[in-house]
Design a binder for this molecule. Structure first.
Ligand code: MG
Length: 381
């Protein structure tokens, strides 16, 4: 187990839960980073008084306030966050939302650190770049997302040749069972009412479209090196089975428990050990578990993600950027629910596929895809 933790995205949901885990396990926190220089970050800096602190994009007022309160302990800007991620011998919790998280992931792996990854963009948009950094720096990449942590835990002690299929579970979102004509009329308010997990707006809409599951299929491909033909999705509305692995001998292993992100966060920090988690014992007898085939006709985002994943190279980055633009338009009432997949598909059709060698390559593709998606929204979409 690592000696000190650095928490990126410290004021977000993953960051705060990581600090809760650190506090319970008595771990040292050597660094804290957040986008803004809010009172919340300042408060965390006071609690974790030995941590270096970074505010990536503070306002002028926040900058002055933080410098006055923290003196030499605080630094500002994206490069300061990357320097924090490269702090030798650390475990980096990357709970940053968006593309800034990708640079931090690469910096952490290049420095040979353990990276507990909760930032989607890192693997979805920058998969080849992140894996190159791991090879170069010899860092360790551990998933924090509940599905990928579940798969990782099922795979411990198993060889790649023994795996027949990875099976990711999806809650199905609030529109499970809806046919296309019913989906036509759903509103942002309905999409934001997620049945089991409480998350940010984009990821909640992405769960309603099944897009989030598509992104997770791509992440699983990069994390475990398993071909797309051997990655499946099953709808499991109770969110008690967090994912499964099917082996060549017909055995299935599942990871089961209450949906609680502190479990995968803690495992990423303590792996290969397990430490007491402080949760109530799970009562199996209170749950009935059901599984369904996803409706790929109504929820087209899933197949679009497989398509982009199989094309590989820059296609998943295009998929991710187009979805973000489309979800934003949906939340603003400028695009219907079914239009999200349509914008993504047409963006994928238009943006040429290229190789990704550096973070700048990923950023360029991201910008281009956003431009195309915006122009589609301005037009007939
Ligand atoms: Mg997930």
């Amino acid at each position: 187990m690592s000696s000190s933790l650095i928490v990126l995205g410290a004021t977000g949901s993953i960051g705060l839960q990581a600090l809760e885990v650190a506090s319970r396990l008595g771990l040292e926190v050597a660094g804290l980073a957040a986008r803004r220089g809010s009172d919340e970050l300042l408060e965390l800096a006071r609690t974790w008084s030995r941590a270096e602190v970074v505010a990536v994009a503070p306002t002028t007022d926040e900058r002055e306030q933080m410098s006055a309160a923290l003196g030499g302990r605080v630094a500002f800007g994206g490069e300061a966050m990357e320097a924090l991620a490269a702090h030798p011998g650390s475990t980096i919790i990357n709970g940053v939302v968006g593309a800034a998280g990708l640079r931090a992931s690469v910096a952490a792996l290049d420095a040979g650190n353990r990276l507990a990854l909760a930032n989607k963009e890192s693997l979805v948009a920058g998969g080849p770049v992140v894996l190159d950094a791991r090879r170069r720096g010899g860092g360790v990449l551990l998933p924090v997302d509940s599905e990928h942590s579940a798969l990782f835990q099922c795979l411990v002690g198993e060889s790649a040749q023994a795996v027949n299929r990875l099976i990711l579970t999806a809650s199905g979102g609030p529109f499970r069972g809806y046919a296309r004509d019913r989906l036509e009329a759903v509103t942002p308010q309905q999409a934001l009412a997620h049945p089991t997990w409480n998350m940010g707006k984009r990821i909640t809409v992405d769960s309603a479209t099944l897009f989030n599951k598509g992104l997770e299929v791509i992440e699983a491909h990069y994390l475990f090196g398993i071909p797309y033909d051997q990655i499946d999705v099953v709808v499991h509305p109770q969110s008690i089975v967090h994912s499964l692995v099917e082996f060549v001998d017909g055995s299935l292993k599942a990871h089961v428990g209450e949906p609680d992100m502190r479990v995968p966060i803690q495992y990423a920090v303590t792996y290969p050990e397990r430490l007491a988690g402080g949760l109530e014992p799970f009562d199996l007898t209170r749950h009935s578990l059901t599984f369904e085939v996803p409706d790929r006709g109504s929820f087209r985002a899933l197949d679009l993600a497989y398509r982009a994943g199989r094309v590989g190279r820059s296609a998943p980055a295009v998929l991710n950027a187009a979805d973000e633009v489309a979800v934003h338009a949906f939340l603003e009432g400028r695009l219907g629910f079914l239009g999200i997949a349509e914008v993504v598909e047409r963006t994928l059709d238009r943006v040429p596929v290229v190789d990704l060698h550096t973070v700048d390559d990923v950023v360029a593709v991201d910008q281009e895809a956003r431009g195309v998606a915006h122009s589609l929204l301005g037009g007939a979409c």
